[in-house]
Design a protein around this ligand. Structure first.
Ligand code: HEM
Length: 337
């Protein structure tokens, strides 16, 4: 296994490879959180909030995006309690998964939050915004690599009423905010007619506190670009035709398998559903060195129906990706073996 010089080894060993079989179709693919998944090179899945060697880099990237475009962080007026609930829930998760550097201690009416990775020690009073440097949702979003969306449950439905989303894969949180769960999924082909998305909504409406679930989603992204949101399509859209013109080596370096590990958590106090989206990027040139991943990814991409490839925005270059992955397999197999 080789790693590109800029890619920390943990990003390969902890990569959540998203394909359990050679065929990918949409399904209500949820499973209980925290289950550890072994891979040919390591494992993933033990933490709900995952910190890796990109922590500081990704937080800096989030801060830069929010500075440039504040619409990526929005909370409708009634979501205050859910935002505080989110902050405290994530602080507890962080303190559990990284007790070496994070802690949350109760001190009478106050809490003391310590995050040694960022040199933070913050005393605050729950539900009192004036005791934090910014609102609770932005505050915690500046300390986790996950994007956050909060769903309010009312009138027998789920509404995406708050969030901080800086790393959206070809959608816009600013556009979606205030929509129902089904409206948010409106652009996705097949979801309504297969019943996948109504089953997912029923599942989410029954979700219980203390029983987090997770699912994965995936696509291909050109470059190590976390922010491929609709808002800045003009910056990354031209990469799709351009990638057909680059050399084979550059193709493998530039095209990344992008996995999202998404956690679904019913918040205890407010009753809102917290949706966490954590994005991982692995270049094909590294993926192809792990034979089961190379073969599986080639099979999934070759089989993917056109409407799904179109929706994922990979229709123009998926054939080349399949050929590229096949060529890397052939190169490693001796001709006369
Ligand atoms: C069990 C729960 C869920 C299931 C089964 C599900 C399923 C899906 C699927 C299959 C896609 C298409 C992905 C692709 O081909 O790349 C999608 C996209 C998306 N999902 Fe979900 N999802 C779930 C939960 C959520 C939640 C809680 C939110 C938060 C509001 C959400 C927001 C989105 C958004 C914004 C998109 C992109 C839609 C667009 O193109 O505008 N999903 N989802």
């Amino acid at each position: 296994m080789t790693t590109s010089p800029t890619l920390g080894p943990d990003l390969v060993q902890g990569f959540p490879f998203p394909f359990p079989t050679d065929q990918y179709r949409y399904s209500t693919n949820v499973e209980p959180a925290r289950g550890v998944v072994g891979t040919p090179v390591g494992q993933w899945g033990d933490a709900v909030v995952d910190i890796d060697s990109e922590y500081l880099h990704e937080l800096a990237e989030r801060a830069r995006i929010l500075e440039r475009d504040p619409s990526r962080a929005t909370a409708l007026g009634h979501m205050g309690p859910a935002c505080w609930d989110t902050m405290l829930t994530l602080m507890r998760e962080l303190a559990t998964s990284r007790p070496d550097v994070m802690s949350l201690v109760r001190d009478g009416e106050q809490h003391v939050w310590t995050n040694r990775l960022l040199g933070i020690e913050q005393r605050f009073t729950y539900a009192d915004d004036s005791t934090l440097p910014t609102d609770p949702l932005r505050y915690i979003a500046s300390q986790v690599q996950e994007d956050l969306v909060l769903l309010d449950q009312r009138d027998d439905d789920l509404w995406g009423d708050a969030g901080v989303v800086t790393f959206a894969a070809d959608w816009s949180f600013g556009f979606d905010v205030g929509m129902t769960f089904l409206e948010i999924h409106g652009p996705v082909p097949r979801l309504r007619e297969t019943g996948v998305i109504t089953r997912a909504r029923d599942f989410l409406m029954r979700l219980q506190p203390g029983q987090p679930y997770r699912r994965t989603n995936w696509t291909l992204t050109i470059g190590r670009r976390l922010d491929v949101s609709t808002e800045i399509y003009h910056e990354w859209g031209p990469d799709r035709p351009r990638i057909l013109t680059v050399s084979d080596d550059d193709f493998g370096r530039e095209v990344h398998l992008r996995t999202e590990v998404q956690h679904l958590i019913r918040l205890e106090e407010s009753g809102a559903v917290l949706f966490l989206i954590r994005t991982y990027l692995l270049p094909l040139e590294v993926l192809a060195t792990i034979e089961p991943w190379r073969a599986r990814t080639a099979a999934v991409l070759a089989d993917l129906p056109d409407d799904m490839a179109d929706y994922k925005g990979i229709a123009t270059f998926r054939d080349r990706a399949v050929e590229w992955l096949h060529s890397r397999g052939a190169r490693e197999t001796p001709r006369d073996a």
